[in-house]
Design a protein around this ligand. Structure first.
Ligand code: NAP
Length: 281
C-alpha cells in the first residue's frame, strides 16, 4: 500500500523541536531573532514573508520585517544588511527572492554574513555543503531529508534521481542524498533518456516547476516519490508529479499541497535556531 508522506505532521514535529530549543535558550537569557527583508510589492513574496513571520511568532523567535520600496538602491540594501550583520539580537538574515531586476542578487546574498545566512545561499555555505561540513542547508532540501528520516526511509545504497539542478533545490538535494550514501543522478533539461533514468530511481525527487511532469512510465514500482513542485493550474496548487496516476506505483509519495511545502518554513526556523546556538556557543 502506498504511504502518504504528510508534510503537515512532520513540519509540526520539527516546529515543536525548534520551539523547545528556543525556550531552552531563553532560559539561559538568549533570544533568537530572524530578520526578513523584502523589496518591492511581489504578492507571492509578501505571502511567503507573512508566513515566515507567523511561524517565528508561534515558536518564540523574534522576527523583524524590513519592507523596502521597489526603488531601493543597491547601496541602501547593502547598508541595511551591514547593520543587521552587526546586530547582536539578529541571528538570521533572509532576503526574500526574487529581488527587483536593478538589484544584483549575487552581490546581496554574498553580503550576508555566512553565519547569519539561514537560507544557506552564500557561497561559503554552499561550499560547506559540498564538503559535508555544514551548519545550514537550503530549507527545501533540508526539509526533504527530514521527511525521509521521519519516515525511516534509508538512503544508503539507493538509486536516487533528482530532476532539476537549481542552486536552491536540485543541486543541494543531490549533495545531501550523496552524503547519506545514495547513488545520485541529477537530471535537467538536456538530460537524454530522462524516462529511463527516472525509472531506475528508488528515490525520485521532482523539482522541475512543470505541473504533472512525472508520469507513471517514469516511476519504478515501489519507488519513493518526492514532489517539490509548486505550480498553479486554473488557480489550483499542484506539484510536478501526476499524483493520481503515479500513486499506486509508489511505496511512498508526498502530496501537493501538504507535502514538501510546509517543511520549508519549518527548516528555516530550524536554521535560525542553529544560527543562534552557534553565535552563542
Ligand atoms: P528552477 O530554478 O526553475 O529549476 C528547474 C529545473 O528543472 C532546472 O534545472 C531545469 O533544467 C529543469 N527542467 C526544466 N524542464 C525540464 C525538462 N523538460 N526535463 C528535465 N529537467 C527540466 O526551479 P526551482 O527553484 O528548483 O524549483 C522547482 C520547483 O519547485 C518549482 O515548481 C518551485 O515552485 C518549487 N519549489 C518549491 C518549494 C517548496 O517549498 N515546496 C521550494 C522551492 C521551489 P535546466 O537547468 O537545464 O534549465
Amino acid at each position: 500500500m502506498t504511504r502518504i508522506i504528510d508534510g503537515k505532521v512532520i513540519s509540526a514535529a520539527v516546529k515543536e523541536r525548534v520551539a523547545k530549543g528556543v525556550a531552552e535558550l531563553k532560559d539561559k537569557g538568549i533570544t533568537v531573532g530572524l530578520a526578513v527583508i523584502i523589496v518591492g510589492e511581489d504578492p507571492a513574496s509578501k505571502v511567503y514573508v507573512a508566513n515566515k513571520k507567523k511561524a517565528c511568532e508561534a515558536l518564540g523567535i523574534i522576527s523583524e520585517e524590513y519592507a523596502l520600496p521597489e526603488n531601493t538602491t543597491e547601496q541602501e540594501l547593502l547598508d541595511l544588511i551591514f547593520e543587521l550583520n552587526n546586530k547582536k539580537s539578529i541571528n538570521g538574515i533572509l532576503c526574500q527572492l526574487p529581488l527587483p531586476r536593478h538589484l544584483d542578487e549575487k552581490l546581496i546574498i554574498n553580503s550576508i554574513l555566512p553565519e547569519k545566512d539561514v537560507d544557506a545561499f552564500h557561497p561559503h555555505n554552499v561550499g560547506r555543503i559540498m564538503i559535508g561540513d555544514y551548519d545550514f542547508v537550503p530549507c527545501t532540501p533540508a526539509g526533504i531529508m527530514e521527511m525521509l528520516a521521519f519516515e525511516n526511509i534509508d538512503v544508503e545504497g539507493k538509486t536516487c534521481v533528482v530532476i532539476g539542478r537549481s542552486n536552491i533545490v536540485g543541486k543541494p538535494m543531490g549533495m545531501l542524498l550523496l552524503h547519506k550514501n545514495g547513488t545520485v543522478t541529477i537530471c535537467h533539461s538536456r538530460t537524454k533518456n530522462l524516462k529511463e533514468v527516472c525509472k531506475n530511481a528508488d528515490i525520485l525527487v521532482a523539482a522541475v516547476g512543470k505541473a504533472g511532469f512525472v508520469t507513471p512510465d517514469m516511476v519504478k514500482e515501489g519507488a519513493v516519490v518526492i514532489d517539490v513542485g509548486m505550480n498553479r493550474e486554473n488557480g489550483k496548487l499542484c506539484g510536478d508529479v501526476d499524483y493520481d496516476a503515479v500513486f499506486d506505483k509508489c511505496s511512498a509519495i508526498t502530496p501537493v499541497p501538504g507535502g514538501v511545502g510546509p517543511m520549508t518554513i519549518a527548516m528555516l526556523m530550524q536554521n535560525t535556531l542553529t544560527a543562534a546556538k552557534r553565535q552563542n556557543s
